[in-house]
Design a protein around this ligand. Structure first.
Ligand code: HEM
Length: 418
């Protein structure tokens, strides 16, 4: 254990798994970027990357740096939890697979969530944003995570998938169970619980697949049961296991990370009254603000690849089979890529070049949808409220203890209704 992981002065202080580091990653990123950009995590076969150009290289070389093949630590290792998975369908996420078939699965879903697909949801999103705000605007105070940042993306993705809104409570439990292992901090009992919930969710999706085969609608599941996937070797209907894996991946993707981005965005906005004025004067710039939030407080801090062969990154030898942990969030604050990287600049010309959604073929399919949700949320909040302040004595400003994802546990603020 290092002396001071929260604010390491030398590489020997760095401890990427320490809770203090996870609460505030940025000093660690700054030090690693400068002194050990291809950081070999002691006692592991993981290389932790923090520089934009190196991460860019890894993301472009998809033939060498492949997905699958493990993470810095196993997400679930408890034997009873692993046994529980046998009661469901193999967790083989076809959307998280590798080229060439990866693209064929993506073609099945991209049109729902891309910029053009997402725009079809503008009225739905605007309606739900206003409906949620109506519930608490007369109170003059809100706990934003539970009252807005969680329900907004959950309701949208629930409707798009064709699940009933009455199931939201269960869906939230399953959704949280799916991302919980990425914390790399679960106890054995928590792993078992997460595994049970993941399998329950699979069975729930399976029931909906059966229903949609009988009575299709215009939702994502109906599309997936009715249309063939054009794989390299064959064109065929998707199997139940493939649909389950696509739907749970999309559902969770559409949920948790957007909650995190909405919350961090509000936290940044409250601290910057002049930025609020600028965005009220030019509401179209809310879109650029959203890019800056994603860059500065990237909800997905990093992801893993493995080296399919012996290779080199920036002159460092990487043996075949190594894990490469790419820290999007560190790249997004790399001053060689973004000038004055810790400033919010809604006129930043290359703001959209952040890596919060990854890059290239594995680029997040939900980027269009989440950008639109966040933009409409910011515009509507600034139109309907003013004079924001953090509610006194209520905020911990603590983040979830999660190695991969970054978000506040809660956010209380006061405001005046306009
Ligand atoms: C702020 C919100 C979001 C962030 C920061 C985010 C981030 C990411 C990142 C970084 C990846 C790439 C993972 C990798 O490099 O292997 C990814 C992939 C993915 N995301 Fe998102 N995402 C967000 C919202 C969404 C939404 C709204 C959806 C669904 C509608 C979604 C569904 C997915 C799926 C299915 C993948 C896997 C895609 C593939 O590998 O082909 N995400 N996301």
């Amino acid at each position: 254990m290092s002396e001071c992981p929260a604010n390491p002065q030398t590489i020997s202080d760095v401890d990427i798994f320490a809770p203090e580091t996870i609460e505030n990653w940025y000093p660690t990123y700054d030090l690693l970027r400068k002194e050990a950009p291809i950081y070999h995590v002691p006692g592991t076969k993981t290389y932790f990357l923090t520089r934009y150009e190196d991460i860019y290289h890894v993301l472009r070389k998809t033939d060498i740096f492949r997905r699958g093949g493990g993470t810095s630590r196993p997400l679930i290792s408890d034997p009873e939890a692993l046994e529980t998975f046998k009661e469901g369908w193999p967790k083989k996420t076809v959307l998280g697979s590798n080229p060439p078939n990866h693209r064929r699965y993506r073609d099945m879903v991209d049109h729902f969530f891309s910029v053009i697909g997402a725009e079809k949801q503008t009225d739905l999103i605007t309606g739900i944003v206003n409906e949620l705000i109506d519930r608490w605007i007369d109170d003059g105070e809100v706990e934003y995570v539970k009252s807005f940042a969680e329900p907004l993306p959950s309701m949208i993705i629930t409707i798009m998938m064709g699940f009933p809104l009455e199931d939201l409570q269960n869906l939230k439990v399953w959704s949280e169970a799916w991302v919980a292992p990425f914390s790399l901090q679960l106890t054995a009992e928590e792993e078992r619980q997460a595994a049970r919930h993941m399998v329950e969710f699979q069975h729930y999706i399976h029931e909906h697949i059966d229903q949609r085969r009988k009575t299709p609608g215009d939702d994502v599941i109906s599309y997936l049961v009715q249309n063939p996937v054009k794989l390299k070797s064959e064109t065929r209907m998707l199997t139940d296991a493939e649909i389950i894996n696509m739907v749970d991946h999309l559902y969770i993707g559409g949920n948790e990370t957007t909650t995190f981005a909405l919350t961090s965005g509000m936290w940044l906005l409250i601290q910057n009254p002049s930025l609020q004025d600028d965005l009220r004067a030019a509401p179209e710039k809310a879109r650029s603000f959203v890019e800056e939030v994603l860059r500065l407080e990237s909800p997905t801090q990093g992801m893993d690849r493995h080296a399919a062969e012996d290779t080199e990154i920036a002159g460092v030898h990487i043996p075949k089979g190594s894990h490469i942990h790419i820290r999007y969030a560190a790249a997004n604050r790399d001053e060689k890529q973004f000038s004055c990287p810790v400033d919010i600049d809604i006129d930043r010309e290359n703001a959209h070049r952040h890596l919060a959604f990854s890059l290239g073929e594995t680029h997040c399919p939900g980027a269009g949808l989440t950008r639109l949700e966040q933009t409409i949320a910011v515009q509507t909040i600034l139109k309907r409220m003013k004079n924001f302040s953090f509610a006194p004595n209520k905020n911990t400003f603590q983040h979830h203890l999660n190695f991969t994802l970054r978000s506040f546990t809660d956010l209380h603020f006061t405001f005046d209704k306009i």
